[in-house]
Write a protein that binds this ligand. Structure first.
Ligand code: ATP
Ligand code: MG
Length: 180
């Protein structure tokens, strides 16, 4: 399972449709300060369902929508699509590729899609449980997160092992059942 493409429209500084193709192996994002490197990482977290504005370096959810420049009008929505290779069938969808898409409008309306069919945020979270991908899984390790992992209490570190061992799915289902 690996990231194949990322497409952004109106997300933060990426007003125009911007498509990144990830090759096999390691991808490095290079560029001067403020060119949008972290915004790309934010877009991946966002499409995977991140709901915390702090984690997205925003003060309100509509801060992820391109807010204009001196010579360009703000946009009305932001959209990110992430295509993941599923050749090995790690994601429980019978397709060699899985595309997840999230769109948000200035009025707060939000839409999610899995392989172009309308979906719920819950469906996206479920799809990635126990895969290591996901907004709080270990696939995104940012500056400081390594330190955090090393210095955290053992109980706080346990989630990484639970995700890798495939226990997260059952814990989530158990919590849901207990709430009902
Ligand atoms: P550094 O090397 O300093 O970490 P970076 O390449 O990671 O820089 P980012 O943080 O990704 O840079 O991008 C910051 C830029 O994105 C700023 O110029 C900021 O104005 C712009 N930006 C953030 N949100 C929006 C938005 N909603 N609309 C337009 N531009 C935005
Ligand atoms: Mg940065």
């Amino acid at each position: 399972m690996f990231l194949k493409t990322l497409e952004m429209i109106g997300f933060k500084s990426f007003a125009d449709k911007t498509k990144l193709d990830f090759a096999d192996g390691i991808t490095c994002l290079l560029g001067p300060n403020g060119c949008g490197k972290s915004n790309i990482v934010d877009s991946i977290k966002w499409v995977l369902g991140e709901q915390s504005t702090k984690a997205l370096r925003a003060s309100r959810m509509d801060d992820v929508i391109f807010n204009g420049t001196d010579n360009r009008k703000p946009m009305g929505f932001a959209e990110v699509s992430l295509t993941i290779s599923n050749e090995e069938g790690h994601l429980a969808i019978d397709a060699p590729e899985v595309e997840i898409r999230r769109r948000v409008y200035r009025n707060g309306n939000a839409e999610y899609y899995i392989n172009r069919s309308p979906a719920l945020l819950k469906n996206i979270k479920e799809l990635f449980l126990d895969t290591g991908v996901g907004k709080s899984a270990y696939s995104i390790l940012e500056q400081g997160k390594i330190d955090q992992i090393l210095s955290h209490k053992p109980e706080d570190r346990r989630y990484i092992f639970e995700e890798a061992a495939g226990i997260s799915r059952f814990k989530t289902q158990m919590n849901e059942a207990q709430r009902k």
